[in-house]
Design a protein around this ligand. Structure first.
Ligand code: ATP
Ligand code: SF4
Ligand code: MG
Length: 382
């Protein structure tokens, strides 16, 4: 049964096929050109927003993506949906290579790949009522035989996201933030997608409403066998909802692991720093919690550091390999980790040391690797 049929029938009967992959991303790069010039623009460099990402999203599961602001999470999500054209690399969706797909075939694929945005207010047209918002996509994709069939479909979708039928005649400003996000979810869901990319789906909502929306996403996944890529700053949100979590740093994945594993045993120094900023409810554990403050801000993706991109901030960086040899993402147990020294750090053989933040003048940013400013906490990211 298709997702569309599952929603149409109002029966939560779609059985998720687990185990195989829905999305396979290989060596994906998105480099935005930086241009300068008075009469003619010339390319003077590139922002390497995504720079060689490999990941697989299992069907019916949730892949959580975390990382500091500007590390390339949204660009990666958009490139997977081909809303941003990749510079190179491939995205295979349900066995179909998307990167070389002609526009007409891509349009047909779009129905199966939807996005939920951070701010439902700005992503919903204030001049359209909910019915018109939901019907628009159905018409664009030729779903529903006639108006009555489409209305039936949107009424059932609205019910699935916990909104009453009278909402159809209302406008986005008449709803609360949480309700607006439900409309955003309904807009994606009504098309019967297989994949939903949710970019910061709850960060614009009150904490009290966040859990309701996360639970709704969870329930819909369970009922309809949806596959999610969830992008979030909030590590607690990602942990709750994800089966697998990927940690991004400056356009690359530095660690990926099953959710519980990543939180209980982070292996990459950057992941360890992020996790160390998350408070633990148990006061005894909280007292013993390792706290790692990272020096400096994220370097510029237009001019990433050589070698390991994290070496300018890494409390375990070594004089050999780290500054000049880029670590591959390699498998260690259930995790994939891009660190030359992960095993020796995990065993305690290599110890943490102080890192001094380097102050780089703005005019140097294009010439020097690692533009660091004043020290900041990883806590600013969560
Ligand atoms: N269209 C674009 N043109 C040029 N640069 C871009 C464009 N979109 C994003 N960037 C740059 O690419 C880098 C990654 O941006 P992106 O929005 O993907 O990061 P992010 O991890 O989603 O950040 P945030 O958590 O703040 O949403 C940033 O340096 C950003 O300025
Ligand atoms: S490779 Fe070196 S700099 Fe990079 S994370 Fe590992 S120890 Fe740190
Ligand atoms: Mg973003």
């Amino acid at each position: 049964m298709t997702r569309e049929a599952a929603v149409t029938d109002g029966a939560a009967t779609a059985v998720p096929v687990r185990g195989d992959s829905l999305v396979e991303v290989r060596d994906l790069k998105v480099h935005f050109p930086i241009t300068r010039g008075i009469l003619f623009d010339r390319v003077v460099g590139h922002v390497k927003a995504v720079d060689g990402v490999d990941l697989t999203i299992p069907r019916g599961r949730t892949y959580g993506l975390v990382g500091e602001s500007g590390c390339g999470k949204s660009t990666l999500g958009r490139a997977i949906l081909r809303l941003t054209r990749p510079t190179s690399g491939t995205v295979v969706f349900d066995g179909i290579e998307l990167t070389g797909l002609p526009a007409d075939r891509m349009r047909a694929m779009r129905r199966r790949m939807q996005m939920i945005f951070q701010d439902p207010m700005s992503s919903l047209d204030p001049r359209q009522n909910v019915e018109s918002i939901l019907i628009e996509g159905l018409q664009a994709h030729g779903i529903g035989a006639d108006r009555a069939a489409r209305r039936k479909l949107i009424t059932r979708t609205l019910d699935a996201v916990g909104l009453p039928t009278w909402a159809l005649s209302r406008y986005p400003h008449e709803f609360s933030g949480g309700q607006r996000q439900r409309i955003g979810i309904a807009r994606a869901l009504v098309l019967g997608p297989d994949l939903i990319v949710a970019d910061e789906p709850v960060s614009a909502l009150d904490v009290s409403v966040q859990a309701q929306v996360i639970n709704l996403l969870d329930e819909l996944q369970e009922e309809l066998g949806l596959t999610y890529l969830v992008i979030a700053h909030d590590l607690a949100v990602v942990r709750h909802i994800s089966d697998v979590v990927g940690v991004m740093y400056l356009g690359t994945l530095v660690e990926e692991a099953p959710s519980d594993r990543l939180y209980s045993q982070p292996l990459h120094p950057y992941t360890r720093a992020l996790m160390s900023a998350v408070p633990v409810p148990d006061p005894d554990v909280e007292d013993r919690r390792e706290r790692i403050l990272l020096a400096g801000d994220l370097p510029s993706p237009a001019n990433p550091p050589t070698g390991c991109r994290f070496h300018t901030r890494c409390p375990w960086a070594q004089p050999t390999r780290c500054p000049d040899e880029r670590p591959e993402l390699r498998t260690i147990g259930a995790s994939r980790v891009a660190c030359h020294w992960a095993e020796r750090i995990a065993s305690g053989e290599l110890r943490r040391h102080e890192v001094t933040a380097q102050l780089v003048r703005p005019e140097d940013a294009g010439d020097t690797p690692g533009t660091l400013a004043t020290p900041s906490e990883p806590g600013s990211f969560v």
